[in-house]
Write a protein of this length. Structure first.
Length: 415
């Protein structure tokens, strides 16, 4: 079985490209079934976040084009459109990449912990869809253990930051104090929860949570002591928001230029800070053209988070050493699987020989032969038959001067 990781991320593709291949939570199971319907793709898992889309595959034969063609066809893309954005990691490189992603070493914010939860969710979805097997099960479980070891044995998680943390810090550059601002949170997922916590830590009191499912919005609002509304109520409340943070799984924008323009008029053009953390984007890009609007996407956060990277470089180097060692361990396990068919065949062959000799011995006992003599002959005949083929091969190896095979036989049989 050959491993392959195919994907693009914040380093290789801008948001306009990433949102074209983003998989919504509700579409992943169907996509996985479609992908594994291709001959030769035995296992598959899809990791899709705002910063990356990656496909992990177990293939009978290595074939990068097979996965690429599926990605293009499934998302109705133009062929060649993503050639410069995609990366392909086969076998050992795929293992190392998975370990680095799980450990936060491949994230926009070095060492951020959120990606580990997203990888676990991706694995759960693939397991539920029945598209993982021995290889991917082991790969993801090993990735989770590596990530835990990295966080335990290095300082990669100290002064932890996230996109949510970076976004709130960016808002503090626009507003001298966040405490007096009214915040509208659109969505109720993990990212919005993180934003809400950081806002509370900055003494923000007025928070409105809007979500398609009002029950989820209410659950988060209760936790934060804030107000919950539906998405349909946003236009009537938009003018109240000094800060808007969005992170939904919507395939289409939630906030358009017209709605923001109308809100600005009611606000008498007091500035609005908008942080769009969704991929695909929740806010129409044209909103950036409006005066008194500060619109930022996840890509804009790169300049904010770069300052956090320097303090984590040393820890990341230690983490890389841990990962390299664990990659070796994983590949040893994977290579051991290649011997399984040979071991199984050997055992079956020896069982057949043993069964034949046992039947012969039982027949001699039925004819009244001396049990001691029968057992002695049984042992001798079985030994001769087991040793016959290896002996013939070793004699030929001696004649041909194949000392490597002779040495291997000594090691194999403990001679």
């Amino acid at each position: 079985m050959h491993l392959l990781a195919v994907g693009l991320n914040h380093e290789t593709a801008p948001i306009e490209m990433r949102e074209k291949v983003a998989f919504g939570s509700e579409s992943i199971q169907g996509a996985l079934s479609d992908l594994t319907g291709n001959a030769g793709i035995a296992e598959a898992a899809i990791l899709s976040t705002c910063n990356r889309t990656e496909i992990y595959c177990g293939q009978e034969n290595p074939d990068q084009k097979q996965v690429l063609n599926w990605l293009v066809d499934h998302n109705r893309l133009t062929r060649g459109e993503f050639d410069r954005c995609l990366y392909f990691h086969p076998n050992e490189a795929a293992v190392k990449h998975a370990f680095r992603v799980a450990s936060g070493l491949d994230s926009m914010i070095l060492g951020e912990p959120q990606i580990l939860g997203q990888m676990k969710e991706a694995f759960e979805k693939a397991s539920y869809a029945g598209t993982t097997g021995k290889i991917l099960n082991r790969l993801f479980q090993h990735s989770f253990r590596v990530a835990k070891q990295v966080r335990t044995d290095t300082a990669i998680g100290e002064n932890a930051v996230s996109v949510a943390y970076a976004g709130v810090n960016l808002a503090k550059r626009v507003f001298t104090s966040l405490a007096e601002q009214t915040v509208l949170l659109v969505g109720a997922g993990e990212t919005i929860e993180l934003v809400a916590r950081h806002l509370r830590q900055n003494a923000v009191k007025a928070i409105i949570v809007a979500n398609r499912s009002v029950d989820k919005a209410r659950a988060l609002a209760r936790e934060m002591g804030s107000e919950a509304i539906t998405l349909g109520q946003i236009p009537a409340r938009l003018h109240q928001a000094d800060i808007i943070v969005t992170s939904t799984a919507s395939a289409l924008p939630i906030l358009g230029k017209g709605a923001i323009e109308a809100a600005l008029k009611r606000r008498k053009h007091n500035p609005v800070f908008i942080l769009d953390l969704a991929v695909p984007r929740d806010v129409e890009p044209e909103v950036r053209q409006l005066r008194d609007v500060y619109l930022y996407t996840v890509d804009d956060l790169k300049s904010v988070v770069d300052g956090n990277r320097a303090m984590r470089v040393q820890a990341a180097e230690q983490a890389e050493n841990i990962i390299n060692l664990q990659v070796v361990k994983f590949m040893r396990w994977k290579r051991s699987l290649e011997a399984v068919p040979a071991i199984r065949t050997l055992r079956e062959s020896l069982n057949e020989l043993g069964q034949l000799e046992l039947e012969n011995a039982l027949k001699r006992l039925e004819r009244g032969a001396d049990p001691a003599v029968v057992l002695e002959q049984f042992a001798r005949d079985l030994t001769n038959k087991v040793a016959h083929q290896p002996s013939q091969v070793l004699r030929q190896a001696e004649i041909e001067g194949n000392t490597g095979l002779v040495s291997a036989a000594r090691k194999l049989f403990g001679l």
